[in-house]
Ligand binder design. Structure first.
Ligand SMILES: C[S@@+](CC[C@H](N)C(=O)[O-])C[C@H]1O[C@@H](n2cnc3c(N)ncnc32)[C@H](O)[C@@H]1O
Length: 394
């Protein structure tokens, strides 16, 4: 039986539990089940890993903190297990995605809104309507003004795709579940960029002509519209939210705070931390969702990211990382109970955590290494990941 599905998990020694699953044992479909697959996010940890550590170290009714909440994996899994949770993240997009995943919905209303806005966009951008649009100079001017004002949209989208995305965006304020509609819009905006299929994560230059696609091994064509993505993701997002609503526990606290883990004030006490922190010079967490920042006008706090990609992996960058993580602990430890557990899932390839742990006045109880077997297209690789189980006091 797969380890995450065992009911007697707590009777085992955590080191005996298999955490190095193969693609066959834990396929993508299960790793991205229900709301975990709501929107692409680079740097996510897999929900089954969060589930195991929550079940092993926490009990229903307790409270867990994730100071680097990312796309909200810990919060979703904690809720299912009846564990209260609070997440912090410096990226506004990540906070908003985590909130959308964990919120409570009136499914009838949600469905009505998702498909109503889609229908209205379809009608608005249809050729007949576009013709009428030409007769309404105020709308035309407004759209043109916005397109001209935003360099990013002009650079990465075909005119038709831009019009469809902006039309959708302009209607969002008329609905109750605006954040869900924004997720659908962001996801469509990601897919509708004029980028080669093999560079969806970190595109370098827009493509305007047919190109040889390394991913599909054939000639592919740049995207010219956004509507088909808005439609596809409307169905997908609704289906995923509906699936999570059937297992979501209502009486359990879920809170998301947009802030810096080094300085943000918290309330109350926690039974522990479960998180996967940023590492040194690996991922630009704001940049990966640039389209959403531009379209939704979100606040960019990338200068406060810990271990920013822009600083690289130099000795100076590593020293700043150590100092920043010590500050995170200084800020958060007063909110953790004396008996609390602190679990960090991180590929500590530069061996920085020994120093962080001792400077922060923590004790390393266990270091478990699991093999990560990633088999997705060009990013296929195998590497070790450390799971650090820490306690307060040295
Ligand atoms: C490895 S990711 C977490 C992924 C998460 N476990 C998940 O499954 O989606 C690290 C997160 O730390 C956030 N982060 C970076 N610097 C931060 C800071 N100073 N305060 C709070 N969050 C920060 C990034 O925005 C990113 O979302």
């Amino acid at each position: 039986m797969n380890s995450w599905a065992r009911s007697d998990l707590r009777e085992l020694d955590i080191e005996q539990i298999n955490l190095s699953w193969t693609e066959r044992e834990l396929p993508q479909r299960l790793r991205t089940k229900h709301v975990h697959g709501l929107h692409p996010y680079l740097g996510k940890f897999i929900p089954q890993l969060a589930e195991i550590f929550l079940r092993y170290y926490f009990k229903p009714g307790q409270r867990v903190l994730d100071p680097f909440v990312g796309s909200g994996t810990t919060l979703v899994e904690a809720n299912i297990l009846g564990i209260h949770s609070v997440g912090i993240d410096i990226s506004e997009f990540n906070c908003f995605l985590s909130r959308v995943k964990t919120a409570k919905y009136d499914l009838m209303l949600l469905r009505k809104e998702i498909f109503n806005i889609l229908e209205r966009v379809k009608q608005t951008v249809s050729p007949q309507f576009s013709l009428q649009l030409q007769l309404i100079p105020s709308i035309q001017e407004k759209t043109a003004e916005y397109i001209a004002a935003n360099e990013y949209l002009e650079r990465w989208y075909a005119p038709q795709a831009r019009l469809e995305l902006l039309t959708y965006r302009s209607l969002i304020p008329e609905y109750e579940y605006q954040d869900v509609l924004k997720v659908i819009l962001s996801r469509a905006a990601r897919s509708a960029r004029q980028v080669p299929h093999y560079e969806l994560d970190w595109p370098k230059e827009p493509v305007r002509e047919p190109y040889y696609c390394h991913k599909h091994k054939r000639i592919c064509y740049p995207v010219t519209e956004a509507l088909k993505f808005l439609e596809r993701y409307s169905y997908d997002v609704y289906r995923r939210i509906r699936a999570f609503q059937t297992i979501r526990k209502e009486e359990v606290e879920v809170r998301v705070i947009h802030g810096d883990a080094r300085t943000v004030p918290l309330e109350g006490q926690f039974d522990g931390i479960l998180t996967s922190p940023p590492y040194v010079g690996l991922i630009d967490y704001h940049e990966q969702h640039r389209y959403a920042y531009e379209l939704l006008g979100l606040k960019d706090l990338s200068h406060l990211e810990i271990g920013p990609l822009s600083e690289g992996q130099s000795e100076r960058a590593k020293a700043s990382y150590v100092q920043d993580m010590v500050e995170v602990f200084r800020n958060l430890l007063p909110y953790i109970r004396e008996s609390g557990v602190i679990i960090f899932i991180v590929n500590d390839k530069f061996g920085l955590y020994d120093e962080i742990i001792s400077t922060a006045g923590l004790r390393l109880e266990k270091r478990i290494t699991r093999q990560v077997n990633r088999r997705t297209g060009r990013r296929s690789s195998e590497f070790g990941e450390d799971i650090l189980i820490m306690r307060k006091g040295d």
